[in-house]
Design a protein around this ligand. Structure first.
Ligand code: FMN
Length: 375
């Protein structure tokens, strides 16, 4: 296919502006901030390179929302106060200067916090997480035993998300993405086996989605009309790749609740799975269902690193936008290269192993360059 007629490269009007193509950088934790959660100069260049490379939307790594229990990792950036917001401002500007949409992902780790200095670990219910901490993000051994969130915790975490979104807006971001995917706090509410609450936030799927939806609504209400408030959901989790929602009606309930809460878009993450591998209904991928039942813009994600299948997702109206994770990490100028018919660098696990840090990826590229291999 001629690169110019590629659907993934076609412009679109969305979020009150013209996006130059259908491509977003998926949120990727890089554990590369200063110890106090401030974003660094290296992070600025890292994010600027995606915008310069042609991504219409750049979504940041999951950024922690309060100083109590939200932080997941050492060297994770935060957006909890003016200093942290100031450190992000040059990054938002660097992205916007290239004409790209700058979205900050807001994340509360909940029971999956593996930050060693955490004062406490909270979750919907006192259920120990499956699996073990992730070495690439600086953890090892079993997760800590979380305590169940009290009513006051629910209010404080909600306030943290709202304050974080305000800081992100003041730092120059065009919007935020509420992280309700991959097994972190808000996903722990959605998931039956981590949510054993007997109040209005536990039980049926309508009750389990209530708290994530309240967070979306609270951020929406506190934000200017043109501020984007997206939300990311997934079936799979970093500590449970095979988890599935309880069928089609459960998935529909989740999407509708988030749309009614005022989400600007729904991002369906394929953490560890391809975008089609929705076990709720093999005939209709989750992104297609999200589009059908909400009418909102939908971002599909998961294994869409080859341009032809990515084109099909857009062409067949399974999604409006596509987010690339590992492919963007390996080739920050993926859109520009595809448009020019140039080769891309294939992702290799060593780029994020033993550490997911930017420095580790830089070292990988330096080694390749030393051996005369060019992308
Ligand atoms: C190094 C790394 C860090 C990630 N960090 C996040 C994160 O902070 N927030 C999130 O929602 N997903 C995160 N993910 C998941 C990706 O956004 C994406 O869903 C996953 O890589 C699958 O998409 P892909 O096949 O395009 O890589 C991360 C993935 C990788 C590889």
């Amino acid at each position: 296919m001629s690169s110019l007629s590629r659907p993934v490269l076609s412009p679109v009007e969305m979020f009150g502006r013209r996006l130059c193509n259908r491509l977003a950088v998926a949120p990727m934790t890089r554990v590369s901030a200063h110890g106090d959660g401030l974003a660094t100069d290296r992070m600025k260049n890292y994010y600027r390179d995606f915008a310069r490379g042609g991504f219409a939307i750049v979504i940041t790594e999951g950024t922690y929302t309060d100083k109590d229990a939200s932080q997941g990792y050492d060297r994770q950036p935060g957006i909890t106060d003016q200093r942290q917001a100031n450190s992000w401002a040059p990054i938002a500007t660097a992205i916007a200067d290239q004409g790209s949409l700058a979205i900050m992902q807001l994340m509360h780790a909940g029971a999956l916090s593996q930050w060693h200095d955490a004062r406490r670990t909270i979750a919907p219910s006192a259920v120990p997480p499956l699996g073990e901490m992730m070495p690439a993000y600086g953890g090892s051994g079993p997760y800590r035993f979380p305590s169940a969130m009290a009513t006051t915790d629910l209010a404080e975490v909600r306030n943290g998300f709202v304050a974080a979104a305000r800081h992100a807006g003041r730092a120059g971001f065009h919007g935020v993405e509420i992280h309700a995917a991959n097994g972190y706090l808000l996903d722990q509410f959605i998931t039956e086996y981590t949510n054993r609450r007997d109040d209005e936030y536990g039980g049926s799927v309508s009750a389990r989605i209530r708290y994530p939806a309240e967070i979306v609504a609270a951020v929406r209400d506190a934000s200017p009309d043109d501020f984007v408030v997206g939300v990311r959901v997934s079936e799979a989790k970093v500590n449970d790749f095979n988890y599935s929602w309880g069928g089609k009606s459960e998935a529909e309930t989740i999407f509708v609740a988030l749309a009614e809460a005022g989400a600007s878009y729904i991002h369906v993450a394929g953490e560890g799975r391809g975008f089609r591998e929705s076990s709720s209904d093999k005939q209709e991928p989750l992104s297609t269902m999200a589009r059908r039942v909400t009418g909102l813009p939908v971002i599909a994600n998961g294994g869409l690193h080859d341009p032809d299948p990515a084109d099909d997702v857009i062409l067949d109206e399974h999604a409006d936008l596509i987010a690339l994770g590992r492919a963007a990490l390996a080739t920050p100028d993926w859109p520009r290269r595809i448009a020019n018919g140039e080769r891309v660098v294939a992702f290799e696990n060593a780029m994020i192993s033993p550490s997911a840090s930017i420095q580790n990826t830089d070292a990988w590229f330096a080694r390749k360059l030393a051996h005369g291999v060019h992308g």
